[in-house]
Design a protein around this ligand. Structure first.
Ligand SMILES: Nc1ncnc2c1ncn2[C@@H]1O[C@H](COP(=O)(O)OP(=O)(O)OP(=O)(O)O)[C@@H](O)[C@H]1O
Length: 588
């Protein structure tokens, strides 16, 4: 189900890497400068052993003090240049890394907002948050601490090998005798680390997904006394994550120790062979000291490169996941709606299934005239909400088509369609922020108009309690009751003044008095627009022009309230049941 988070086991992907390089393009000047400074800083570092050799061979061993101070000063200057260039290089490289992180996060979020609603059915929010946080950060680090640093280390290796060969080809052969072993170790490490890093990313996403869901549902966890079970499940996920991370660390430590051992063996070999050469007078003492220093500096970049390889693997897994997200097809655009739109709807043999197997709506045929009020009723799971979602273009019919004001919904721009439809969903959702921003996000109404609308809907008292239109709502409108939230969502839909109003159980959480006020307002706002009211309480749709009764995804009955009662069918039975006529037969 969560395909994107699974471990693909693919090799280091150069096509991903090429796409990563394209992210650097806007900052190429700083990036190139960082790359140029790196070899310069490395050269300043690697010239130091050579200066030590000159000091020993030309001054200390022959006892010639003249010029020694200059060599020491040169050494100091090289060290200072190294620090200074290192600072600027790090500053630029990390800066570019941070900018890439910010860009990628914005791009990812922008893309996420344009994905079809269906995508979110299969991708829990916690996992998506992981992609936009730690995955993005990994990728940002890839330049700052990965690519640029690796470039420096490779340069350093080339410089060191050249210096070693120049100083003594024989000692270089001795130092490199264990290179095949080193190659085998690196190969083994590379293979294991790749797998380990992918596992780490996938397990972290799983852990975050679980955390986000349980935090959102903490009340339910407590209600059913599921704290212990939740903790146990969390501990299992945590253990998976820990053991995968530990496996990665184990391979890191293994590589470090293996490199240390090989380096020690190489140094011992050089000491032995170089010591003999020095005694035989074949090599100078200074050459031996400088050579030993270079051998150490040969292994240091290898150690760092292996660390960068781990980072590269982590970033590769992250790149795979982020580009996977960016490659998701965004919601298709479409043509503009012609004319002002009067809210005419035609459902032409519409069929729909969420999973491609179980039909949720079948052969739905319905004509809605502009200005008509249609009640949609039916048992739980009969497809009422789904009908609304199709209208809002959150999903596309699997067969048949919907026409809005004579135009095929399929071909229309989803943003335009949604602008024409005011929707109050079953789960009223408000954002943290001011009441005003929530109720009129597009800034259509003046404060006075908004207040008037609130008063007409009986919602001004709620807003007044929050401190007026500038009052603050907490996350998801948590500082309001469910009914108050619903009331504000109703006002939000009306404030947009759409051609079609779609109320999905929009008054289910209101008390009788408030519902009566809202019903009145709905009646008033009917004029000049089409209204679809999805409801369980038949009383709420009693006054509709027509009522559609859905049963298992099909239209079972259609007509006015009195027509349907007269028909003595399912609607009539439901009506009697809701009037608490206990003699009514159960609905089947
Ligand atoms: N996102 C989804 N993914 C898969 N199946 C879904 C999804 N949403 C709804 N369904 C299924 O589609 C069917 C119809 O759901 P829908 O929400 O349209 O029913 P409803 O008539 O609005 O029910 P209720 O009166 O409970 O709100 C249900 O069987 C449900 O399991």
């Amino acid at each position: 189900m969560f395909d994107m988070d699974e471990v693909t086991g693919r090799h280091l992907d150069w096509s991903l890497f090429r796409r990563f390089v394209r992210l650097i393009r806007p900052y190429r000047v700083a990036a190139v400068l960082a790359m140029v400074l790196l070899p310069m800083a490395t050269a300043a570092r690697l010239v130091q052993p050579f200066l030590v050799k000159i000091a020993i061979d030309n001054h200390i061993v022959p006892g010639r003090l003249a010029g020694l101070a200059q060599v020491a000063a040169l050494f100091l200057a090289a060290a200072c240049v190294e620090s200074l260039l290192g600072f600027w290089q790090g500053y630029l490289a990390q800066g570019v890394g941070q900018k890439i992180t910010a860009d990628l996060r914005s791009r990812g979020f922008r893309h996420l907002l344009r994905l079809p609603v269906e995508y979110f059915d299969h991708h829990p929010s916690g996992r998506l948050v992981t992609r936009l946080t730690s995955d993005v950060e990994n990728v940002g680090e890839l330049f700052g601490s990965g690519v640029a640093a690796a470039f420096g280390e490779v340069f350093s290796l080339v410089f060191v090998v050249a210096a070693m060969l120049w100083l003594s080809p024989t000692l270089t052969l001795v130092a490199f005798a264990l290179l095949p072993l080193l190659g085998m170790v690196l190969l083994l490490f590379r293979r294991r680390m790749r797998q380990a890093m992918r596992q780490v990313r996938a397990r972290l996403a799983e852990l975050n997904g679980y955390l986000a869901e349980r935090i959102a549902g903490v009340g339910t966890v407590r209600l059913f006394g599921q704290e212990q079970r939740t903790l146990t499940e969390f501990a299992d996920l945590q253990e998976d994550y820990r053991s995968c991370s530990f496996a990665a660390i184990r391979w890191d430590v293994f590589l470090f120790s293996a490199l240390e051992t090989i380096a020690a063996l190489a140094i011992a070999g050089v000491l032995w062979r170089g010591g003999l050469s020095a005694m035989e007078g074949v090599a100078t003492f200074g050459t031996l000291v400088a050579f030993l220093e270079y051998v150490q500096r040969f292994f240091a970049p290898l150690r760092k490169l292996s660390g960068q390889y781990s980072l590269l693997q982590a970033s590769n897994a992250s790149l795979e996941r982020i580009f996977g997200l960016l490659d998701q097809q965004v919601e298709a655009g479409g043509v503009k709606l012609r004319g002002q739109g009067r809210g005419a709807l035609h459902f032409d043999r519409v069929c729909f299934s969420y999973d491609g197997r179980d039909a949720v709506l079948t052969d739905l045929e319905l004509d809605v005239a502009p200005g008509e009020m249609i009640g949609i009723v039916g048992d739980t799971g009969s497809g009422k909400t789904t009908l609304g979602r199709l209208l809002l273009k959150f999903y596309t019919p699997t067969r048949g088509q919907i026409l809005l004001d004579g135009q095929q919904l399929d071909a229309l721009d989803p943003t335009e369609v949604r602008r024409r439809i005011g929707w109050v969903s079953q789960e009223p959702f408000l954002f943290a922020g001011t009441v005003r921003d929530n109720l009129d996000p597009m800034g259509r109404l003046s404060d006075a108009q908004l207040r008037e609308l609130l008063e007409r809907c009986g919602a001004w008292a709620v807003v007044e309690g929050l401190g007026g239109l500038q009052g603050e709502l907490m996350e998801r409108g948590r500082n309001l009751s469910a009914g108050e939230r619903q009331l504000l969502c109703l006002v939000r839909a009306l404030a947009a003044d759409p051609a079609i109003l779609l109320f999905d159980e929009a008054t289910s959480r209101l008390d009788a008095a408030t519902e009566a006020v809202v019903q009145q307002q709905m009646e008033r706002s009917r004029h000049g627009r089409t209204v679809l009211v999805i409801a369980h309480r038949l009383r709420s749709v009693q006054r509709a022009d027509r009522i559609v009764l859905l049963h298992r995804g099909r239209i079972r009955e259609i007509g006015t309230h009195s027509e349907l009662l007269a028909r003595q069918g399912l609607y009539a039975r439901l009506w009697r049941l809701q009037r608490l006529d206990l003699n009514a037969a159960p609905v089947r």
